[in-house]
Ligand binder design. Sequence first.
Ligand code: GLC
Length: 448
Amino acid sequence: MLKTKWMFCLVLILALALVAVVGCDAPEEEVDEPDEPEEVEEPEEAVDDVVITVAAGAVGMELELTRDLAEMYMAENEGVTVEVLDTPDMVEDRLGLYLQFFEAGSSEVDVFQIDVIWPGDLSEHFIDLNQYGAAEVADDHFPAIIENNTVDGELVGIPWFTDAGLLYYRTDLLEKYDLDPPETWDDLEEAAQIIQDGERAENPDFWGFVWQGRAYEGLTCDALEWIASNDGGTIISPEGVITINNPNAIEIVDQAAGWVGTISPEGVTTMAEEESRAVWHAGNAAFMRNWPYAYATSQEEDSAVKDLFDVSPLPAGKAGSGAATLGGWQLAVSKYSENPEVAADVALFMASREGQKYRAVEGTFNPTIMDLYEDEEVLEAAPFFGSLYDVFINAVARPSTATAPQYAAVSELFYNAVYSVLLGEATAADAFEELELDLMDLTGFDAE
Ligand code: GLC
């Protein structure tokens, strides 16, 4: 879009310049008309406008809401055009795209929506937002996220929204089968099987539990939740010790592999967030693991589960309570931007109280500004922001800080190992023994 617009302006100017030159050359007598080129002025004004491009996500209502914020910014800031660039849903694909911009030192994108796991890996490409006004608002945000986004004393991303894995469940079906919301993974298995068996009579497409089982970052998130809820650690500890090869981690991943083809479709191993949400949204699942954004989409008019569901913390294993992986996204300004000051202003506006409140109310995206969790309108739209506040506060971080700048490679090894277990190609014991060695090679860290 941006390219097209610039190209258009460029072509327009060239054309007008050409007309002016040709006009000068052709009939001699017109050479005297000095005012002629003034006609060129108008389109030039548009060229003088600053165009800020924001590379943003498009999961659930994300893109639409980001576009709305761009409109709001433009309404207040004449002379600035904010373009929103739609980027791939899958974290790996989005990262791949971003890396292409960075490698080219491209100024095409000014503001990047970056994952909570990326500040360590990507910090060299971003400006320090503290130098552009973020220092004054940093205290409003969850301190842990500000800390996560601060690399060598520089704030490389302003927190935009935070995420934590939740269990979505059908209230109507729990009631129908006289079941309580599951507190443990065993409870979930049992309830999912009972509801699935019952519903299949009417609906052959019905499944007990959908989640994110394809080989990608989302599987790292889901599997970390299983493992942390079973007292199996966080793959690599914050101190840089490889902990993954332990009996509790092995046990729960083997258990999860047992869901594939029983309470979860075989195809769960191809599902990311949006694919699992589609099954749920159509009314074809009793339970779903997903992020908070799926709450707002599930309440949309076309949702088969509108008003028929609720959310709870994810089930517990041996740890006695469930664990939610910490997710979330920040806005970072590219070092290669030609207008870092304006870009930072756009980022700070989108991540401001106003911007976050809008996204919370419209799309149930969790604010990172703490006092919004006490805002009445926010709580009305997303009551679980209040009731599950502890889940958001205690979410478990992936080992991205300890392993930066190698986190993406660490996660890839991890999700591929888990994936091989889900496919039945390896036992978790074998997969994690090998993973431990691979992680030692990659990171140089010791194993527990
Ligand atoms: C969500 C989370 C993000 C995570 C991703 C995995 O977008 O916010 O942190 O990496 O899901 O698919």
